[in-house]
Design a protein around this ligand. Sequence first.
Ligand code: ATP
Ligand code: MG
Length: 422
Amino acid sequence: MAQITAPKGTQDILPKESGKWQKAERIIRELCAQYGFKEIRTPVFEHTEVFVRGVGETTDVVTKEMYTFEDKGGRSVTLRPEGTAGIVRAFVENGLFNEALPAKYYYLIQCFRYEKPQKGRLREFHQFGLELFGAPDPITDATVISLPARLFKKVGLNNLSLELNSIGCKECRAKYREALIAYFEKDQEKLCPTCRERLEKNPMRILDCKSEICQGVAKDAPLITDYLCTDCHDHFEQVKDYLQIMGIEYQVNPRIVRGLDYYNRTVFEFVSTEIGAQGTVCGGGRYDGMTEQFGGAPQPGIGFAMGMERFMLLLEAAGITLEEERGCDLFLIPMGENAKKEAVRLTGALLDQGAKVQYDLLGRSVKAQMKYADKIKAACTAVLGDSELEEGALTVKNMADGKQEKIALSELNAEWLEEFCK
Ligand code: ATP
Ligand code: MG
């Protein structure tokens, strides 16, 4: 039969790669636990309306990129293109605002967007993100930003720049919107068709357009930072103060507007120049109005999402290998029927003690088994044959330095192995 390939824009994370992913995820989970963020898991698909409300009708994600289909019951459902909308839906639906506030959640999920696949841009990809509800103070914004900053530092990624902006509140943006429309109207015909549409619906998003022509037209556009009201200006100044106290470097970039419709005040991105065109690894901001979009009471919210594939690309580009855990402490090489039975018994005891132990399943020669042990990177090996059974002892070999030690079967335990593997 003909082979079947994976759908365009998806990729298999094979066992030889998955260790790195697990290690990255473990570092992330530990950091979140340190900060007091708890994992939240929401459905992979939602009613389409969740994303229309939570991401915004005029966004690229909603207008062009969603995997939307009718299920057998005739409902319109969508594979999640991002994490925030579903979490805000869950926050309101489950009455989580009645629990301790601020609420601090993190997620590690798969997302789906119908995009043109490129390096760092897939149709199924992974995101790590945070959401924090119930805290309007600027100390919150800086704290949320500090988590990815600390993650990058921890793994040794030093060349990322943090770009920071404030897009103000509804009042600031109403004035800014007028100024932008007046500016872009002059050169309307030069803009790409999408941006011409944006001019009416959401002129700020023109600043985010990837077309070089639109970027050229936008070169001298008015800056949001000149239109902030006193409260928004103060809030922004305090976010910057806290970042400084935390020792986190940033650059104010008044052109960052972000994709979501519901952002207000602080927005930010961590950007790299080392992984090609898809250089934004992490983006986020404040979305104080979003709970209302889901029928909840108003609640301040702030969060970010980081693309895991881009994070892994960054590590690769920087030559950083996350130390993986040892896959196998001991590989037992039984020779003969009695030895196989003893191997099964011994392995069972060691597994119960927490050691990573495997034995041969194919009845191969010692040489072939040794080769296999080498391939799976077993830390130690031990041959178990008739003479070992008679003597009640075997010789364990450390594969890294060739060191050998004889030990009685009755004394071989996980603790001894751990010590010997070092
Ligand atoms: P871009 O401008 O690159 O399209 P975006 O603004 O659409 O990004 P967000 O919605 O903010 O991205 O998602 C947060 C992060 O998720 C991005 O910074 C990126 O690292 C990652 N990401 C987004 N879309 C994809 C994708 N199709 N494939 C891989 N990673 C992605
Ligand atoms: Mg995008």
